[in-house]
Design a protein around this ligand. Structure first.
Ligand code: PMP
Length: 392
């Protein structure tokens, strides 16, 4: 048995050895020209990953929640009206942050496993007066994928900024920020970006930066004011030193390695590979006659799969059993159904063999807890779907 269990949760994920090795070098000064070069290169590659040549990238030592927090802190002034699409736990979190900064929040609450209909969103935006539309690209608690291009188009049409929580999507799900008209997209290092936890990353459109500049009130958040970080990001892209707060030097070194791998793979190939892995995993769950939380394949994320337990299987028995087989997966997260489902992440550097190993551990665990099916049928279905994906 390997000492390291395969980490198949929806973040943090498995990291490439070259990325991990980049973290274990002696820490340089933040004014060291080599580090300035590394940081500058990483920022340039983020424009490719977010597909936003016109945007301004930011990389700050924090987690994804911080990137969400400061998107709100910079764009929203007390009393501003915003529209929030709620498809799960992390959309709910966006709502709490918005309340925290004094926004007047209207929510469109989707039923569990579904997403708001674009017509519903349009009907609401049509009423006018919305400064911004907030939503998750993928809500990690339900595995539901939002339709970003349609939502971004509606936001633009009705004069609202479009702010996307892409923590569980960016660098794996298709996102064309400039082309689709997304104003702010936020993520964190530990998911499809492929770097251990500790970096918040986000991209801001020129329009959103202008909204920040034109605020009547100050940003009630010192560390998170975009305009304190902006000169630092600009300086590094111009290969100059500037300081606001000490950067996470080793993590940024690792980020540059991971982004190089992502850019070398190519964004289109990367989206396609994640779709293929996702289809294979979902085919396996179907073959085992397990239902998924998203109500249709069309609205299901490709970065994770959220699966209902069959009758009689308990999380408290199942998850440790899977871990015994060397694979770590997650339980449920959405409070209303927390104990009814489990989640498997399939992003980043993993491949077919990791997926098959995970399905095999799931099959074995279900079977040993009394659920009956033809052993190997999940694995076979995944193999077939993966092969079909290759022929597409
Ligand atoms: N949004 C989504 C969609 C997430 O999946 C997560 C983390 N699971 C977050 C926000 C919060 O990110 P973090 O835990 O890095 O603060």
């Amino acid at each position: 048995m390997k000492s390291h269990k395969l980490l198949m949760i929806p973040g943090p994920i498995e990291f490439d050895p070259a990325v991990l090795a980049a973290m274990s070098v002696p820490t340089s000064a933040h004014a060291d020209p080599t580090f300035i070069q590394t940081f500058g290169e990483a920022l340039e590659k983020l424009r490719i990953v977010f597909q936003s040549p016109s945007g301004q990238p930011f990389v700050v030592a924090a987690s994804g929640t911080f990137a969400m927090d400061v998107a709100v802190a910079n764009l929203v002034e007390p009393g501003d009206r915003v529209l929030l699409l709620n498809i799960g736990y992390f959309s709910q979190r966006f709502g709490e942050i918005l309340e925290c900064y004094g926004a007047k929040v209207t929510q469109i609450q989707a039923e569990i496993g579904s997403r708001p209909d674009p017509q519903q969103v349009e009907d609401e935006l049509k009423k006018g007066g919305y400064k911004a539309l907030f939503f998750s690209h993928v809500d990690t608690s339900t595995g539901v994928l939002n339709d970003v291009p349609t939502l971004a188009r509606l936001a633009r049409q009705y004069g609202a900024l479009c702010v996307v929580d892409g923590v569980c999507s960016i660098a794996a799900e298709e996102l064309r920020m400039d082309e689709w008209g997304v104003d702010v997209a936020v993520t964190a290092s530990q998911k499809a970006i492929g770097v251990p936890p500790g970096l918040a990353l986000w991209m801001v459109s020129p329009q959103a930066l202008e909204v920040r500049r034109k605020r009547k009130t100050g940003v009630p958040n010192y560390y998170g004011d975009w305009l304190r970080w902006l000169p630092v990001m600009q300086a590094h892209e111009a290969r100059r030193f500037d300081y606001f707060a000490t950067p996470a030097i080793n993590l940024i070194g690792a980020l540059n390695v991971s982004l190089s791998q992502i850019v070398a793979e190519g964004m289109e190939n990367r989206y396609a590979r994640h779709r293929k892995l996702s289809r294979a995993f979902k085919a396996a769950m179907q073959a085992l006659e397990l239902d998924q939380i998203p109500r249709s394949e069309e609205i299901a994320a490709h970065t994770l799969t959220a699966v209902r337990y069959p009758k009689g299987i308990q999380a408290t028995e199942f998850l440790p059993r899977v871990a015994q087989e060397g694979v770590v997966i997650s339980g449920g997260l959405l409070p209303a159904i927390k104990h009814e489902y489990f989640r498997v992440g399939h992003m980043g550097v993993i491949g077919l063999s990791d997926l098959i190993g995970t399905i095999s551990a799931i099959e074995h665990s279900l079977y040993s807890l009394g659920y009956r099916f033809a052993l190997g049928s999940g694995v076979a279905a995944a193999q077939r779907a993966y092969r079909d994906g290759e022929l597409l």
